[in-house]
Design a protein around this ligand. Structure first.
Ligand SMILES: Cc1ncc(COP(=O)(O)O)c(C=O)c1O
Length: 458
């Protein structure tokens, strides 16, 4: 570990004794001391106390400008007033009804107005909705196999927990990447049915359709890969996926869990001008509550109506989450909100760019909608294998240095990105940039010193 990072971690430990203590205690009862593996990192994670707007406090009382925002699930910011108002009403009139109610139709209408879909079902997490999307695609085609992209993340169910973060020595042939399980407990049959292509490799997808004619139900893809920092697709990539899937009688699933609410009013479908067969939404559509949706054509969703595909769930459309979702679509995700986050994000990206140029740091920033990412790679990455070369040690230096100065620049992990929320202000962005300007020379200096640069897979 280089000296600059060592110093930042020592400062972190001095500033956050309460988090260390809380983590130690939690480790006794929760594996890794956390409720989701993504929240565990060395030396110990920050334990949060509260969040409001674009800011949060940790258990030691340190304040942060929060650009993590629950892994991008809070374009609304913490405790968005419109969301809280809508939710509070429901707290007094029934939080779980387990029966159909009007908010279901209302929110489905809102989704159908923005996305090129005709029918919607709701669930509670991104994992659930991609699981149902894959099942629907299998039922619609009578085929078992799917294609996902190497490094793509679609949640935690078996079919997609494949080649999420394979190590460099595991990825295999670039033309036919190996299907690598994302941990133990995933069956061999799953690995056979989840085929892997490299992102941006249209020929790779064609090769798989040629190798398995009539066997592939769907291609599932994050329209912009946001589990390797930010990876923007090549011009025409999604059009090509659209044509190939159509030609081969397979479905195209857009996993818009991250992009759906944050990229544009109509998510990546609008941004790229694509009509996929199934759209998956979660995270930011719920304004801080567990809300997800998968949506498609009448024909595909008709498989549920015809009792051919089963979908259910006790917590589905609980009025609290639905009220939050409606407030998001009707009051928060307005054209003015997109103008605000896009403008602030542009300012942030331009500011980073300027500092990178000034200090000679070998890195670049990339943005999309309200998201941005500082990538410690000398040139823009084009697929997951490029991302593996990102300098994770330098990234850790960046993250701890920002946090120590009161800016949670993004979630911990160099495969994530920052989110600008409707609650952030010019002053928040100015402070973010001032802190980056303060630490950038040390990062540039550290980059010149020999250190263990990779590997990025975690
Ligand atoms: C693109 C994408 N799909 C699916 C998921 C899974 O969502 P959840 O954590 O709500 O299950 C995530 C979570 O980060 C995601 O980024």
């Amino acid at each position: 570990m280089h000296e600059g990072l060592q110093k930042e971690i020592a400062t972190y430990e001095k500033r956050t004794p309460g988090s260390r203590k809380a983590h130690k205690r939690a480790e006794e009862r929760l594996p890794l001391g956390v409720a989701s593996n993504y929240r565990a990192y060395d030396p110990y994670p920050i334990f949060a106390r509260d969040g409001k707007g674009g800011h949060l406090h940790d258990v030691d009382g340190n304040e942060y400008i929060d650009f993590n925002l629950c892994f991008g699930a809070l374009i609304a910011g913490h405790c968005n007033p419109a969301v809280i108002r809508a939710v509070e009403e429901k707290l007094a009139t029934g939080t779980m009804l387990g029966m159909p109610h009007d908010l279901e139709w209302e929110l489905a209408e809102e989704i159908c107005k923005r996305f090129p879909v005709e029918m919607v079902r709701f669930s509670n997490s991104g994992t659930e909705c991609t699981m149902h999307a894959v099942r629907l695609a299998r039922a619609a085609t009578g085929r078992d196999r799917i294609i996902k992209m190497e490094g793509g993340y679609h949640g935690l169910h078996d079919s997609v927990l494949v080649s999420v973060k394979p190590k460099a020595e595991e990825v295999g042939d670039a033309n036919f990447p190996t299907s690598v399980p994302g941990g133990e407990g995933i069956t061999k049959a799953t690995l056979q049915n989840t085929l892997v292509a490299q992102f941006n490799d249209v020929a790779g997808v064609e090769r798989l359709f040629a190798k398995y004619p009539g066997e592939i139900a769907a291609v599932i893809v994050e329209p912009i890969m946001m589990n390797v920092g930010i990876l923007i697709p090549d011009e025409g990539y999604h059009q090509a996926l659209r044509e190939i899937t159509k030609k081969n009688g397979a479905l195209l699933i857009f996993d818009e869990v991250k992009t759906g609410a944050k990229l544009a009013r109509g998510g990546a479908c609008e941004y790229f001008g694509i009509k996929p067969d199934i759209v998956c939404l979660a995270k930011s559509i719920g304004g801080g509550f567990s809300l997800a949706a998968f949506a498609s054509t009448r024909e595909v969703m008709g498989l549920i109506s015809d009792h051919k595909v089963f979908h259910g769930g006790t917590y589905n459309t609980n009025p609290v989450a639905m009220a939050a979702g409606l407030a998001m679509f009707r009051e928060v995700l307005t054209p003015a909100a997109y103008e605000h986050v896009n403008r602030l994000n542009k300012k942030l990206l331009d500011g980073y760019d300027k500092e990178i140029g000034k200090t000679g740091l070998k890195a670049y920033v990339v943005g999309a909608g309200s998201n941005g990412s500082l990538m410690f790679a000398p040139k823009p990455i084009h697929n997951y294998r490029d991302w593996l070369k990102v300098d994770s040690e330098l990234w850790r230096h960046y993250w701890f240095a920002m946090v120590n100065r009161g800016v949670m620049a993004q979630p911990y992990w160099w495969d994530e990105q920052w989110t600008v929320s409707v609650a952030h202000t010019e002053a928040d962005v100015d402070r973010h940039l001032a802190v980056f300007a303060e630490i950038a020379p040390a990062l540039a200096q550290a980059q010149k010193e020999p250190h263990a640069a990779a590997s990025s897979a975690h």
